[in-house]
Design a binder for this molecule. Structure first.
Ligand code: AMP
Ligand code: GLY
Length: 440
């Protein structure tokens, strides 16, 4: 088979895991990552792609620069890590110019980019999710305030800004005063206000959260395993929301029966819905689920791999990721098999003290060379300077290890975590604990 030069867009732990997995394939020619991080630099070439000087603001100028790079370097496949370029329409832009892109089109990415679009699809096609009402139009927040102030409201409710809000656009309001306080937060935050041109209010779902990931060419889908993220900064799921402090896979809450239910009632109906609407979904579909007493329900869709979930999913993938991605973009996923490891995987994120609020950067990281061969360290916020590796972000490193069961995957992972240090490093000590409790 032909060799493929590959470009990965992004710079986090997810993109390091993507680079690691793609570099194991016999297929790639050269691997480029933009902008990448010190971890990806060990697997391919990090490149800077910037819009031409004087170009008008907006994503198109950067897309144009990416397109020029693809042509110059004869890139056969572009893999988009984060959601923003997908929601901005990078796939459409590059495909219209003859390039192959792993990631959904602009409209299909609205499953993540617009919560009202996602709700509309789910309600129309009877995909299980929380009941919701939508507020839109001129006086959206005033109307929401009036609605929240009416009597006979059932609490809690979940208030969600429509657009991308870096995880800050969702509020769980347990009482009327709390809901009004949350509304005030939206009103006083410019970025949130921008995302809140429309707002939805959802019923609160009780249950355990977990995610299921599928690779799909629009019609055919291949399930990867389930995973569970740990979004809060503190142990026992306390404190502020973060990008994710650790993950493990598979998640025991999604047993084989539950996985089949997810496929039959959520995954395939969603793919069918997007086909019916004339916007088949291609790429990786991330189903953020609540496992309730009535069965699995959608909390959210994401249009890309999760971070840090990707860091446990790809080490568990035994099949060739590049082959799978090419089959996806070529609409021939029916010819591909996905084989996942029988092992269990755990990822612990090391973060800078203070994250997700203010934190210091530039602290020297030591101990990575002591990590055992069987374990992996994916970089997120790091940089090299003067021959040293320094912290350069909130989430700094992802330590990943496997084991024949969840307990040993967790123990193996923490054994490696303890070998790494930097000033004021923090990490959760209970990654996977919920899974262990369920197994008892
Ligand atoms: P989202 O960005 O929609 O995934 O929401 C962020 C987090 O809020 C989720 O991971 C859940 O923990 C929580 N959440 C969102 N919607 C609901 C809901 N309807 N019921 C309960 N929890 C929710
Ligand atoms: N870890 C959650 C996300 O990637 O959205």
């Amino acid at each position: 088979m032909a060799q493929h030069n590959v470009l990965i867009l992004g710079s986090g732990g997810r993109e390091h895991a993507l680079a690691w997995s793609l570099s194991r394939s016999p297929l790639p020619g050269k691997l480029y990552i933009t902008p990448g991080n010190p971890g990806t630099a060990e697997l391919g070439e990090n490149v800077t792609i910037t819009p031409a000087e004087g170009a008008p603001p907006g994503p198109d100028a950067w897309f144009e620069a990416v397109e020029a790079f693809l042509t110059e370097k004869e890139i056969g496949l572009t893999v988009v890590g984060p959601e923003q370029p997908l929601v901005d329409g990078i796939t459409d832009y590059l495909e219209e110019r003859g390039h192959k892109v792993f990631g959904p089109s602009k409209v299909a990415a609205q499953l993540e980019g617009s919560k009202t679009f996602a709700k509309w699809i789910m309600h129309k096609y009877r995909i299980p999710t929380a009941g919701s009402i939508e507020f839109s139009g001129e006086a959206v927040l005033d109307n929401l305030e009036k609605w929240l102030s009416t009597e006979n409201q059932k609490w809690p409710v979940v208030i969600k800004a429509d657009g991308l809000a870096a995880g800050k656009g969702v509020f769980i309001s347990r009482s009327r005063p709390e809901a009004l306080e949350h509304l005030g937060k939206i009103r006083n935050d410019a970025a949130l206000l921008k995302a809140a041109g429309k707002v939805i209010v959802e019923e609160f779902m009780e249950g355990e959260e977990a995610s299921v990931f599928a690779v799909t060419d629009g019609r055919n889908a291949r399930l990867l395993i389930s995973a569970q993220d740990h979004k809060r900064i503190g142990e026992g799921d306390t404190g502020l929301n973060t990008g994710g402090m650790g993950a493990y896979a598979p998640a025991p809450v999604i047993d084989d029966r539950m996985l089949k239910l997810v496929e039959d009632t959520i995954l395939y109906p969603t793919l069918e819905a997007m086909q019916q609407e004339g916007h088949p979904y291609r790429g990786v579909l991330y189903l953020g689920l609540m496992i309730t007493r009535e069965g699995p329900k959608v909390v959210e869709y994401n249009c890309r791999f999760g971070d840090p979930e990707c860091q446990v999913l790809l080490p568990a993938l035994k099949s060739d990721l590049l082959e799978l991605m090419l089959a996806t973009v070529n609409h021939e996923l029916d010819k591909s098999e996905v084989v996942m490891s029988d092992d269990h995987f755990c990822c612990v994120v090391l973060a800078s003290g203070g994250y997700p609020e203010a934190y210091a950067k530039g602290k020297e990281i030591t101990g990575i060379s002591k990590v055992s061969d069987g374990a992996m360290v994916f970089h997120s916020g790091t940089r090299h300077e003067g021959g040293k590796l320094l912290t350069n972000g909130g989430r700094v490193l992802n330590v990943v290890a496997s084991g024949s069961d969840l307990r040993s995957a967790i123990d193996n992972c923490y054994r490696e975590v303890e070998k790494i240090s930097f000033e004021n490093a923090v990490y959760r000590r209970d990654i996977g604990a919920k899974g262990l409790r369920r197994l008892q």
